[in-house]
Design a protein around this ligand. Sequence first.
Ligand code: SAH
Length: 401
Amino acid sequence: MKLTLKPGREKSLLRRHPWVFASAFQSLDKEPALRQAQDIASGSTVDLLDASGHFLAKASYSPLSQIRARVWTFDDEPVDKEFFRRKIKSAIAQRLTLDVQRFSNSYRLIHAESDGLPGIIVDRYNDVLVLQSTTAGSEFWKETIADLLIEETGIQTIYERSDVDVRELEGLKPITGILRGKITNPQLQITEHNLKFKVDIQHGHKTGFYLDQRENRQRVGELAKDRDVLNCFCYTGGFSINALANGAKSVLSVDSSADALALLEENIALNNLPADRHTSLEGDVFQLLRKFRDENRSFDMIILDPPKFAPTAAHAEKASRAYKDINLLAFKLLRHGGILATFSCSGGVDAALFQKIVASAALDAGTEATIIEHLSQGRDHPVSLHFPEGAYLKGLICVKR
Ligand code: SAH
């Protein structure tokens, strides 16, 4: 099936951006061929043509989504099993050359658009792969991709965590469960920078663990020695474990999820870290930071790694207020010379806006602070130059003067 774009709407494709919005296609009356578009199977491959009929790309078709097509290739080549084999091989080869495996036995193997595979995320947790399929196109090719992953990695088990909200926009229902092989122990153990973590791939967030923060956990952990640390939005303790392992004086870990905190406690024991220096607190960070302020509590290091407040730019304003709120409170709770490690994983808030929000939080808190490091997602979460949306995680390490 060939689909024609409105004049001028080929521009983003010529810049190799992989998304085509519904509004870019010729309207039904102008484009007789498009009348058949209703018959295009969800997720099947279409040829995209410019208004003059020139070939632009081959893409997967999502009949229900505003992002109506996502490019598989800008070349006029068959999109078949061997095409996906080449893409998967190239993603694996990149992780090998980046030497990610020297630091961890767990890393992102396929990072969707940034690896030329829109809708497909694959995380490797030691000897298990966790696959997330988010689009009609990835769903169409899922079984082929599962076979290829086994052939190309030699790993026998694939667990599926396609339970993210964005699937609804594609008319897809959530799916979780074994895709290939079998799980002998649902609670996996992984190693990252010589620290061990239990990961619940069935019920944990995302595919089980926040692999994207690996390098940042280490960087921040290194600065935690002899400090009283408050780790907000701690999940299963990534930053807390690194801080304790680096000789933090005390660590207070806050999260609203009791399950995450239970795993955090197990992770402390697993690494033989001093439990007497650690406290878990279940609660809402927004409320607890206010409570700590009212109690005049203070810390030498505060980590803020909240969930995604702004999935898209449309949520940026509300998200900005939430980021400012917690950063302002954190600056107030920090002692002089204290360190704030603050993150945003919101696609709708870019690095420049995030830095402005943190600056305005410091201003309103009456605090002078300097940035000592800019942080981003790990190298196993690469960003295609043609898909800047792939750069979602940003962090600042600031010192309060
Ligand atoms: N820093 C963690 C990842 C944090 S993910 C790591 O390195 O692994 C964000 C966490 O925030 C989740 O665990 C979620 O349960 C928690 N959370 C979300 N909203 C919250 C709130 N209002 N108060 C406390 N925790 C919250």
